[in-house]
Structure formats: structure tokens, C-alpha cells
Write a protein that binds this ligand. Structure first.
Ligand code: 5GP
Length: 210
């Protein structure tokens, strides 16, 4: 069957475990490609340029905006974050399922440009668990944790704009559910236009002969 790549946009509060679930998808299955965003924030300890993000300066980021090199971008807690266009478009064309791990403003902009995109919101089992995970990371100051929790409260209002909500209780379970959800998109009528066209043609041919 002819398959186009699925564009899956995964959002969720900072600390919901999106990164871990993305990693599990990439390691568990061959068909995924993870888009690497550009950002103006500082790398956290252990992060590498070109692996977690492309870490760029504000002027560099603004140049990318001007050149139309980003599908979308947003400001989040005082920094720019954006999705480079070239990688996403080439991987979708190859038939890969492309994962975007981005926040809500960006997700909604992607949906405008790619109406077939799948919008998924990942939540922790509870708000208390979210705070626990953010503090447990040990990489953020109290002030940043507070900012991220406030932002989470704001983002909770946007959850209803998403098509699916997944609770990240256990990473393996959540990953399996997300994988099934993304794969189901391959069978949407809109993703099977080529198959429909071929069926119609073949049936026409057959009935002509009969
Ligand atoms: P963090 O600083 O924790 O890595 O990311 C902060 C937020 O920015 C997260 O919600 C993450 O999903 C979001 N983000 C990462 N890359 C992008 C991007 O390219 N575009 C947008 N709009 N948000 C992004």
C-alpha cells in the first residue's frame, strides 16, 4: 500500500516526559524521524548542538525567520524556538513519520500549514507529579521551575485544541499508545488518495473487459 509520511506534533507540559517518549519511539521503530529545532536558549548540561537542538544566537534565529527557513517559531520563557522546514519536508517525502516536539503556539501554526498533521498532547498523571519531575531533573533553578509551572497552567487551557491526549504514566505504555495512534493515521482516507485512484482505474479496466 502507498503510504505518505505522517507529521505528528507532540506537545505537553515541560516535564511531562515528551523527550523520553520520543526517544523510545525512535529506538523502538525504524520509520520515525525526529525534527531538531533551533533555539536561542543555552544548552543544558549534557546537551549537544545538532542533537537536542541547533543552538543559535538571536540574530541567527531572526535570519532564519526572514529567509522562511522555519515552518513555525514561538517564544517560550524568553527564548525563541523554531522548526527548520527543509528536514521535515524531505523526510515526509521519503515516507518517514516525522515527530515534532513543540509547544502549543507552534503546534497550531503547523496545523494551519499541514492540515493532515496529528496533534497529540502528553500529560503527566497529575500536577503534583509534574512538579516532582521538574524538581527531580536538577537542571533548573527554582525560578525557572516556577515559570514552567505557570506556563503549564496557561497551556492547560490549550489542551482542548489538540486531537488526542495521552497520559504518560509508564513510558513503555505511553510509547506503545502513541505509536499505534500515529500508525493509524496511515489508513486515513486522505492519506490513501493514490490507492483510491489506482483502485478506481483498475476497476474501470476490469469492467471494460467484462
Ligand atoms: P525546553 O527548553 O524544555 O527544551 O523546551 C521548552 C519548550 O519549547 C517545550 O515545550 C518544547 O516542546 C518547545 N519547543 C521545542 N522546540 C520547539 C520548536 O521548534 N517550536 C516550538 N514552537 N516549540 C518548541
Amino acid at each position: 500500500m502507498e503510504h505518505q509520511g505522517v507529521l505528528a506534533v507532540i506537545s505537553g507540559f515541560s516535564g511531562a516526559g515528551k523527550g523520553t517518549v520520543m526517544k523510545a519511539l525512535l529506538e523502538g521503530y525504524d520509520q520515525y524521524a525526529l525534527s531538531i529545532s533551533a533555539t536561542t536558549r543555552e544548552p543544558r548540561p549534557g546537551e549537544e548542538n545538532g542533537r537536542e537542538y541547533f543552538f543559535v544566537s538571536e540574530p541567527e534565529f531572526e535570519e532564519m525567520i526572514e529567509k522562511g527557513a522555519l515552518i513555525e517559531y514561538a517564544r517560550y520563557v524568553n527564548h525563541y524556538y523554531g522548526t527548520p522546514r527543509a528536514y521535515v519536508e524531505s523526510k515526509l517525502a521519503e515516507g518517514k513519520d516525522v515527530l515534532l516536539e513543540i509547544e502549543i503556539q507552534g503546534a497550531l501554526k503547523v496545523k494551519e500549514q499541514f492540515p493532515e498533521a496529528l496533534l497529540v498532547f502528553l500529560v503527566p498523571p497529575s500536577a503534583a507529579e509534574l512538579k516532582e519531575r521538574l524538581s527531580g531533573r536538577g537542571t533548573e533553578t527554582e525560578e525557572v521551575i516556577e515559570k514552567r509551572l505557570k506556563r503549564a497552567a496557561e497551556e492547560a487551557e490549550g489542551m482542548a485544541s489538540y486531537e488526542y491526549i495521552l497520559v504518560n504514566d509508564k513510558v513503555e505504555d505511553c510509547t506503545a499508545r502513541l505509536h499505534a495512534l500515529i500508525q493509524s493515521q496511515h489508513y486515513r482516507t486522505s492519506a490513501c488518495r493514490e490507492l483510491i485512484r489506482r483502485m478506481e482505474e483498475e476497476l474501470k479496466e476490469l469492467t471494460k473487459k467484462a
